[in-house]
Design a protein around this ligand. Structure first.
Ligand code: CTP
Ligand code: MG
Length: 229
């Protein structure tokens, strides 16, 4: 089942505290961006990859694509101020796709079996997001005071990829834009538009590289994968 993937890569990585875009930081000698792109390059179901980038990084990105033979990247579009704006620009460039996946370029450890399940559920239901069970006890707190403990069985931590029938997501994004709503993920836009979104259980490995500790974890994941192969 074919899909187009849209990867927002136009952030600045402030929380990582690196000099420039964190996506150029290396894990096992290879940029985070290349690790993420390779997953989709190797997935037969992936028809094309569209990247949202910063104009000033266009050259660096092109060099990376060439070096790692990432031939499925068809378009580099200029992203926006917030992640949602970057995704929106990339979605426009995906016109004609039936199924679209949105995935943070900063999550290099996504596995193909999760991607395929997401695509299947989205094709059938409209929308599907990768998620893991909450590990901790979760409480609702207001002004520092605990109001209640929320049943953990009902709580999921949401990741990307998030997969949708293309037109459903575009319409939901348009509606959000018109109402000046900025969400933290695509599912929020779909939920607001009243569309059904289902979860697909993913892995705790599919961590976003956000702060320096995540890089340590990233190296460990790669070591473990090497040992298992
Ligand atoms: N992103 C984007 N456009 C933006 C902001 C973020 O394309 N205006 C991308 C990032 O490049 C990243 C993904 O969205 O791949 C997830 O965002 P996040 O982890 O928050 O990355 P940054 O925004 O770069 O990091 P920070 O928030 O720490 O500055
Ligand atoms: Mg950010």
């Amino acid at each position: 089942m074919n899909y187009t993937v849209v990867l927002p890569a136009a952030g600045s990585g402030k929380r990582m505290g690196a000099e420039g875009n964190k996506l150029f930081l290396k894990l096992r000698g290879k940029p985070i961006l290349a690790h993420t792109l390779e997953v989709f390059q190797q997935d037969e179901w992936c028809e094309q990859i569209i990247l949202a980038i910063k104009e000033e990084e266009r050259h660096l990105i092109k060099v990376c694509l060439r070096e790692y033979h990432l031939t499925k990247v068809t378009k580099l579009v200029v992203g926006g101020k917030e992640r949602q704006h970057s995704v929106c620009e990339a979605l426009k460039a995906a016109e004609g796709a039936e199924l679209v996946l949105v995935h943070d370029a900063a999550r290099p450890f996504i596995q193909q079996q999760v991607i395929h399940k997401l695509v299947e559920v989205a094709a059938e239901q409209g929308g599907a997001v990768a998620a893991v069970k909450a590990k901790d006890t979760m409480k609702l707190v207001r002004n520092g005071r605990v109001e209640e403990t929320i049943d953990r069985e009902t709580l999921w931590a949401i990741q990307t990829p998030q997969a949708f029938r293309y037109q459903l997501l575009v319409d939901a994004a348009k509606q959000a834009d018109e109402q000046g709503f900025v969400g933290t993920d695509e599912a929020m836009l779909a939920e607001r538009a009243g569309l059904p979104v289902y979860i697909v259980e993913s892995s705790y490995d599919n961590q976003k590289m956000t702060t320096p500790e995540d890089l340590v974890l990233g190296e460990l994941i790669l070591t473990r994968r090497e040992e298992n192969n």
